[in-house]
Write a protein of this length. Sequence first.
Length: 716
Amino acid sequence: MLIELQGQLERITYFNEENHYTIAKLKVQGQKHLVTIVGNLISVSPGEVLKLKGTWDIHPKYGEQFKIASYETVVPATVKGIERYLGSGLIKGIGPVMAKRLVGKFGVGTLDIIETDIGRLREVEGIGEKRIEMIKTAWSEQKDIRDVMLFLQGHEVSSAYAAKIFRQYGRESIKVVKENPYRLATDIFGVGFLTADKIAGKLGIPKDSQIRAEAGILYVLRKLSEEGHVFYPYEPLIDECRKILDIDSEVIINALKNIASEKRIVIEDGSIYLAEFYISEVGIAKYVKTILHAPKNLIRFDKDKTIELVQKELNIVLADNQIKAIRESLDRKIMVITGGPGTGKTTIINAIIRIYRRSGQGVMLAAPTGRAAKRMSEATGYEAKTIHRLLEYSPKNGGFKKNEGDRLDSDLIVIDEASMVDTILMYHLLKAVPESATLILVGDVDQLPSVGAGNVLKDIIDSQTIPTVKLNEIFRQSRESLIIVNAHKINRGEFPVLTSDRDKTQDFYFFELEEPEKVSSMILNMCKNRIPDKFGYDPVNDIQVLTPMHRGIVGASNLNAELQGHLNHSADELARGGKVFKKGDKVMQIRNNYDKDIYNGDIGRIATINREEQEVIVDYDGRLIAYDFTDLDEIILAYAVSVHKSQGSEYPAVVLPLLTQHYMLLQRNLLYTAITRGKKLVVIIGTKKALAIAIKNNKPQLRYTNLKNRLRNVCP
C-alpha cells in the first residue's frame, strides 16, 4: 500500500541526467531529521513543496529512505518556504535577495500577487518595469515549461532539455514533438537521435517508418563525422544503419534515395557524404586550384639581400631549410610549412611577415583557436585572430561575412596550427582568400588531426600538389629541452629519455605507477602540491591534466570531479543536472557557438553565478561570455581534458596519465600531441609498457576523406 508524504525539498544530492533518478533531502513537518527520498523526479528545485506517494525502504548502507512511486509539486504555504522557492533560481529576475524582499513585503500572499496582480511588485525596493516584465515572462514560461515537461516526462526526456525544447518551439513544443520528434535531434544541441527515437517509439511511430530511417541515416553519418570521416562507404554505412536502427536494408536504401533526392546527402562512386561535407571537400580542391593558378603580385627586390637584412633585424641565423621556406613564400601562391617543436616555424613566420611588410604588403594572421591565435600574436608582435573572427561570422545571417563575394583584404594570409583546421572550416577560409593573395599554412602534420571531420593538412601534403617545406632540424636552444628532444624521439618511434624527481633541472619527468587509484592520487598531489611547490605554477591556470580517456578512474570525468574538489573551495556553486559548477572553475566550451563567438575547445574561468538573471558568466581571457542556465551543457569542467581537446593550446605544465587500460587509444600521434602541449614541464604518470605500446602504434585511426585525390585531379 502506498503512503503519502509531503514536505519541502531541501537539497538534491544526486541526479542522473538520463533517467531523472534523484536522491534528495526533504524537510517534513514534525520530523526532526531530513528525510531521504529516492526516485525519478523531473524539474524540481530546492524550496519546492512535493506531495509524494511511495513506500519506506531500508537501504543496507544508507538506512531509511522513501521510494517515490509518483509525485506532484505543491505551491509552498509558509513565508520561509515561498522565500526558498523563489530564491532557488526558478524564476529569472528573482534571486535570494529579491525573494527575501518580496516575502518581506507580501508574506504568504507573494505567489498570488505574482500570479494575479504583478504590478504591485513596484512596491518592492529595487523592482522597476524592466524587472517586472522579466518576472512576468519567466513566471508564464515556467508554467508552460511545466506542461511541456509533464508531457516529456512520460517519454523519458531529460528535464535539462525541456526548457531548450520550449525555447526552440514555444507553445508549439508538444505539437512539434508529436508530429516529428526527430526534429529535436537536428534542431536542439544535446538532444540526440536516440532520445528522439525513444519519444517516437512512445508516440507509436513504427520502427521501419520512412521518417525514422531518414533521421537514423543522418544521425549515423553525423556520428561518423564526429569520428573524423568526411564520407562513409555505401555498404558499410548500410550495415552500420541496420545495426543501430534494427531495420531491413531495403528500408534504409529507399530512405537513402529519398534524402539524396532532397540533396541532404550526396552519393558519389559508392561514397556517401552529408551535403555540407561534399560541398566543402569539392570546394577546397576548386579554390586551391584557383589560388595556385592565379598570377602572383611579384615582390620586386633583391631577395638574398632582404633575407640577410631580416636576419640582422631579428638577430638570427637562418638554416638552409628555413631560407628555402622563405624563398618559397615569396615565389609561390600557396605553400605548407610543417615541422615539430623547436624546428623554427615561428622564426620563419616572423621573417616572412617582416619581408612582406617591408615591401608595403598587407598581412593577416590567424589560427583555429583563441589560445593558438593569442600565442601567435605574442610570438610575432602582430595581431592574430581566430579563423572564425577573421571570416566575421554573422549571427543575423547565419554565415560568414567574408566569402567569395566579399574576400579578405590582404596580400599575405598565414594560418598557424593548420593541422587543426577541419574540412568545413578550410572550405570557408579558402572561399575568402583573394586570388591575388599568398596563403601559408603552418602546422605539425604529425599531431592528431582536427577534432572536426577530415585530415586536411595531411591530405594537402600527401597530394604533392602544393609546395611543402618539412623542417626536421632541432635548433641548439631547443635541444636543451627534454620535452622537445623526447617529442622528436617519440615521433621517430624511439623510446624517450626518462627522468625522475631526483633530476632537478629537467623539464620532463616519468613516474612509474600501475594502479589507476594510485595514479589518480598522484595526479591530485602533483597539481595541488608538488608542481606548485617545486616550480611555482598556479594549480588551475598553469597546470593542465591531459588524458586519453573520458571514463574510468583516470578519465577526464572522474579527474575533473576530484580536481574541482581539491582545487576550488568556493561555496558559490550551482548544481544543474548531474553537474556542479563553482565560481572560479576552469571550464571548456564543447561546441562552436557562433552567436556567442566562442568555439569548441576554448577554455575560461567561471567569473559569476547570477541566480537572478539565471546566468553563468565565463571569463575567456578577458572576454566575458554569458550562459543561460539551460545552456550549461555547452561547457564542461576543464581541470582535466582529453588530448584531442588540447590541440592548439600550450600550457606551462602538463600532467599525463598513461596506462595499459587506455589500450585502444594508445597511439604515437596522441602521445606526441600531448607532450608537445607542455611548454616548460611534462609529467607522465603510468607504465613503461603503456608508453611502449603508444610509441609502437603508428597507425592513426582511418578517416574516410577524398581530398588528396581531388587535389591531384584538379591540380596536376
